[in-house]
Design a protein around this ligand. Structure first.
Ligand code: AHG
Ligand code: MN
Ligand code: MN
Ligand code: MN
Length: 322
């Protein structure tokens, strides 16, 4: 089985980017170990703090964030980092060639129930003419990502990553401690009979999403003429992994539960990296208004509507917004 570095060299990934990816993976291996031991120690439960997103932080959110941040900043490879758990960007090496955005632990509500969680990351080139402490460096569209991926701390610790030459699956092989390639050029099936949405928000959605989902629920006697199955892991890493593996539509649509916060998922840490992975696997990653990766960010913590997955199903959904 091919190991990670030779697989990346085959895709012509430059040496310094391979070093950065290996640094990120060193952090995720530590997090993987940590989460496997967490129920034995005192890192379960919540802190007394809220993050900039207005969420109560789990202890493990903070531990994973600090670990990831420290390893990246010590590497000397990054000019700055930004994280879901940090108020603003954090500067690193002034001549660093890269900037990294990350969600140290995605699916925080699954931590205490020993269920699926992961880490999501996105890499851009650092603009040479900007100061390392300037958070505006991160205001680059998803189109400019040079690498994106996630590590899933499931029964197997899996890495799903793209550097722009397809989306590949790797597994952490604990016999040698490195990631090995298990599937090259994953393809999202274009059609699906499966969708993922938090149904409890139904009454808060806009009319087009209400109509689309009710047509799916109508099954084979409804306008879609087929039955649909629903799945919701409450961790985007898990739901997107299922979509990449066997197809599906994943959405966190706009809602009016809190009029000041119509969207839930974060552009930099969740939507953009997942969009890059989905598009590289032949899927679509959209808002109701256009491509996610075309969005020019205005704020590092901005949130966005997300409709992604199997191409034909995403198009069917968007048809309701026309
Ligand atoms: P995080 O744990 O990093 O804050 O992200 C949670 C996100 C995402 O992973 C998931 O799809 C969604 O929130 C779950 O939302 P609900 O709690 O509404 O199900
Ligand atoms: Mn969170
Ligand atoms: Mn998340
Ligand atoms: Mn998180």
């Amino acid at each position: 089985m091919q190991r990670l570095a030779p697989a990346l060299r085959e895709d012509n990934v430059p040496t310094d980017l391979i070093s950065l990816i290996e640094t990120i993976l060193a952090a995720t291996k530590e997090i993987s170990f940590l989460v496997s031991q967490a129920h034995l120690g005192d890192v379960m439960g919540s802190t007394v703090d809220e993050n900039i997103q207005g969420e109560v932080q789990k202890k493990l959110d903070v531990v994973a964030n600090d670990l990831f941040k420290d390893i990246l900043l010590e590497s000397g490879l990054v000019k700055a980092i930004s994280s879901e758990e940090e108020d603003t960007s954090v500067s690193g090496e002034k001549n660093g060639k890269f900037i990294v955005s990350f969600d140290p632990l995605d699916g925080s509500s699954n931590i205490d129930i020993n269920s699926l969680i992961g880490t999501i990351f996105s890499i851009h080139e650092a603009p040479a003419d900007m100061n390392a402490s300037d958070p505006d460096m991160f205001k680059q569209s998803g189109n400019k990502q040079i690498c994106a991926g996630y590590v899933l701390y499931g029964p197997a610790t899996m890495l799903v990553m793209t550097t722009g030459s397809g989306t590949h699956f790797y597994v952490l092989d604990r016999t040698h401690g490195g990631f090995s390639l298990v599937e090259r050029n994953v393809q999202v099936p274009q059609d699906t009979q499966e969708f993922a949405i938090n149904m409890s928000n139904q009454r808060f959605w806009q009319a087009p999403m209400q109509d689309y989902i009710s047509d799916l629920l109508a099954g084979d006697t409804g306008p879609r003429g087929k039955n649909f199955n629903m799945r919701w892991i409450a961790a985007m890493v898990g739901d997107i992994h299922r979509v990449l593996t066997r197809g599906g539509l994943f959405t966190y649509p706009a809602d009016n539960k809190n009029p000041e916060k119509p969207f839930k998922l974060r552009l930099m840490y969740e939507a953009n990296p997942m969009s890059f992975l989905i598009e590289q696997a032949g899927g679509l990653a959209m808002t109701s208004q256009g491509r996610i990766m075309d969005i020019e960010p205005t704020d590092i913590h901005q949130r966005v509507e997300v409709i992604m997955g199997s191409k034909n199903e995403v198009e069917a959904c968007l048809g309701y917004y026309k």
